[in-house]
Structures are given as structure tokens and as C-alpha cells.
Write a protein that binds this ligand. Structure first.
Ligand code: OGA
Ligand code: MN
Length: 306
């Protein structure tokens, strides 16, 4: 059955129907999905009742998977508000505070030198009575292209330090010494070239801490200004979850956030897998030439294909 793709957002976000992603899909179908993905940035597939193994198998078709943050042997992470025994976790627990950073606009794994490329979420436990707990995505490409040229020039060569602690601070979570050691601050250019579409897009989110060479206050002012611009209603798509929705997004183009919900009342668990991104975009504190990086990645892909 051919892929049916329906754009739901203004500049991005599409629903794809007619596929059971648990089947062993042909390379052609995967390529078709990838093309739709690069065009629309976020894809929604409804009714995908994945087991963990099935979600891993599907996700792997798009690249090498990131390990779960807390378990080097796992490639799928259950993110939610339940204890292992199925009871609802204390919203004031350290784990809940850690996960609540997902309610700030972010691109996944910005705290890695090679931030996430593609993310997948399967809504496994979604209480139909839960009135909120939506997820929202914002199109950073559309937002970047609408910036005045002077602003694009200003951020063109800037490098920003990104730090997991920065977003956690907002939720009252302090990284313990082991976590601090495992996840030190990293550096990214504020504009990056998308490796598949060749589009230039700004890269900023809740982990952005300081622009290299700038003081903290001036840096924060710039991050807030860019994020306020990028998260205007016209750039956002808001998704209300139904159980077994499977949403896949491209972290190079969009930022996302979870909307709050009554964590003490409604169970909500989404299973997440992530395809690794590429690095580095910064070497010795200086942004690499993105055009050269883009070409190097393509040459490597071409060589691998031959
Ligand atoms: C994530 C994330 C948001 C949500 O899994 O990366 O940000 O709504 N989740 O659960
Ligand atoms: Mn996320």
C-alpha cells in the first residue's frame, strides 16, 4: 500500500497512514518514509503497538541508536511517571524533576557533542481521561528563515555552550558529581547546516547556557529572544496523545516540549528511541566550517554506498 502523507501543521508535521511499522518494511518504503520525514520534519503514525524489540528494530533502520541515558545496554527508554511496580511516582522525586526538564523547549541530547539526529516516541500508557500532557514541536527552520538578515548575520558564527544542568536548574534538579562528570558542558554552533536537506537552521534550546566570548546575561538575552521568536504560535504544532501514537521528529530542524499534566493523577509513559547525530560542529572552541562539514558527511556517505 502506498504511503499516505497528510500535512497537519502550517510549515511542518504530517500524519502518515497505511503502514504497520512492525512489519519488516522494504528499503524502498524506508527511503520513502525518510523523504517524507525530511520534508515535514515530524511524522505521526497512529496505532503502532510496538514491543520494545519492535521499536528498536524499526528505529535502527534510520541509523545507529543512542544508548538510554541510564542504561548502556538499552536502546529504548520508558519515560513517564510510573514506578517499576506500576504505581504513580512521587512528582517531587529526583527522577520526576529530571524528566520535567522535558517541559522546556529543547532539541534532544543537545548536551552531547553529537546531539540526537532523529527521535521516536511511542505513547504506550496514555490515560484517555488526561486532558493535557500534549507534546509540542516548533519549526526552527521556518523561524530561522523569518529572522531579519541582521539577526541571522549576528548568530552566523556564534558558538554556544550547552549544559544539561542549565535546564535541570529550572526544575530544581542538581546533577550529582557522577552525573556532572558523565555529562559535562559541550559546544555547538548556533547555526548548523542540515546534513540531508542542506538548509541552514538555528540551533538553540533549554540547554544553551552561554555564547563563547559573551557574558552570561547577554547570552541569555539572545537565547530568550531567539526562543521567543521561534515558539510563536505560527511555528508550533500541538499534539494531543492517543495510546499507540508513534511520533518521529528531526532534532536538527525542530525543538519540542512536553506540556504539564497532573502527574499525581494520570499515568503517562512514552517509550523513546533515538538515532545518533554527527559531530563535531565545534573543534577547540571554534565552529567548524559547516559547508565543509556538510560536504565531508556526503563524501563519507557516498563512499559507504559505493
Ligand atoms: C523526549 C521528550 C516529551 C514528551 O522524550 O525527548 O522530550 O512529551 N518527551 O514526553
Ligand atoms: Mn526531548
Amino acid at each position: 500500500m502506498p504511503l499516505q502523507v497528510k500535512r497537519l501543521g502550517r510549515t511542518f508535521f504530517a500524519e502518515v497512514s497505511g503502514l504497520d511499522l512492525r512489519q519488516n518494511l522494504s528499503d524502498d518504503t524506508i527511503a520513502e518514509i525518510r523523504a517524507a520525514w525530511m520534508e515535514h520534519a515530524v511524522l505521526l503514525f497512529r496505532g503502532q503497538q510496538f514491543t520494545t524489540e519492535e521499536q528498536i528494530a524499526y528505529s535502527k533502520r534510520f541509523g545507529k541508536l543512542e544508548h538510554n541515558l541510564r542504561d548502556d545496554n538499552a536502546f529504548v527508554a520508558p519515560l513517564g511517571n510510573l514506578n517499576p511496580d506500576g504505581s504513580i511516582r512521587d512528582p517531587n522525586s529526583e527522577q520526576s524533576k529530571f524528566l520535567r526538564a522535558n517541559q522546556l523547549w529543547h532539541s534532544d541530547s543537545a548536551y552531547f557533542a553529537a546531539p540526537a539526529m532523529l527521535s521516536f516516541l511511542n505513547g504506550r500508557v496514555i490515560d484517555p481521561a488526561m486532558p493535557d500532557g500534549h507534546t509540542q514541536w516548533a519549526d526552527m527552520l521556518a523561524a530561522y528563515e523569518d529572522l531579519p538578515q541582521s539577526k541571522r548575520d549576528q548568530i552566523e558564527d556564534l558558538v554556544a555552550m550547552h549544559d544539561m544542568q542549565t535546564s535541570r536548574s529550572v526544575t530544581g534538579r542538581v546533577l550529582d558529581p557522577d552525573e556532572r562528570k558523565k555529562w559535562p558542558p559541550v559546544y555547538h554552533r548556533m547555526t548548523r547546516i542540515h546534513e540531508e536537506t542542506g538548509k541552514k537552521i538555528m540551533y538553540v534550546g533549554s540547554q544553551a547556557t552561554q555564547v563563547v566570548g559573551w557574558d552570561l546575561a547577554k547570552s541569555k538575552k539572545l537565547f530568550v529572544e531567539l526562543m521567543q521568536h521561534a515558539t510563536q504560535d505560527k511555528y508550533i504544532y500541538d499534539h494531543k496523545w492517543t495510546q499507540w501514537d508513534f511520533v518521529c521528529w528531526d532534532n536538527r530542524r525542530v525543538v519540542h516540549r512536553q506540556r504539564p499534566f497532573d502527574e499525581a493523577k494520570y499515568p503517562r509513559v512514552v517509550f523513546r528511541s533515538v538515532v545518533e547525530g554527527t559531530a563535531p560542529d565545534v573543534i577547540d572552541g571554534k565552529g567548524v566550517n559547516e559547508l565543509e562539514r556538510f560536504q565531508a558527511i556526503h563524501n563519507k556517505q557516498r563512499a559507504a554506498a559505493e
